[in-house]
Design a protein around this ligand. Sequence first.
Ligand SMILES: N=c1c2ncn([C@@H]3O[C@H](COP(=O)(O)OP(=O)(O)OP(=O)(O)O)[C@@H](O)[C@H]3O)c2ncn1[C@@H]1O[C@H](COP(=O)(O)O)[C@@H](O)[C@H]1O
Length: 105
Amino acid sequence: MTVLDDLWRTIETRKSADPDTSWTAALLARGPEKCAEKFGEEAIEAIIEATRGDRDALVSEAADALYHLLVMLASRDVTLDAVLAELGRRQGLSGLAEKAARRNP
Ligand SMILES: N=c1c2ncn([C@@H]3O[C@H](COP(=O)(O)OP(=O)(O)OP(=O)(O)O)[C@@H](O)[C@H]3O)c2ncn1[C@@H]1O[C@H](COP(=O)(O)O)[C@@H](O)[C@H]1O
């Protein structure tokens, strides 16, 4: 089990958790729009650190952004598996494109 899978499972359990005892449950209870807004804020903070070039700050902000991306997906009942399947499909497409390019340079 990867860290991301583990985090996803935790977030899913928070859909039915008490918002008073869980930050994730409290955020989910505020609705998909709030979850999307938080992801936007964290993504921008990661962009700022990437621009500044502070490696440790970027690692921290990237972790915040990934967590809030998963919460946003959960808020709309889109699973991590669905996103990974889409990435896998694109890898397949990219392989096909490379093969086609080799055949028709
Ligand atoms: N990875 C995270 C994680 N990253 C960031 N955060 C929280 O995200 C919040 C973001 O901070 P901000 O300052 O932007 O938010 P805020 O100002 O408090 O809130 P707003 O007023 O802006 O809405 C912080 O309170 C962090 O604790 C996270 N909270 C939880 N997790 C993971 O989720 C799991 C479950 O957490 P709980 O649901 O809290 O049990 C944890 O074990 C962690 O693995």
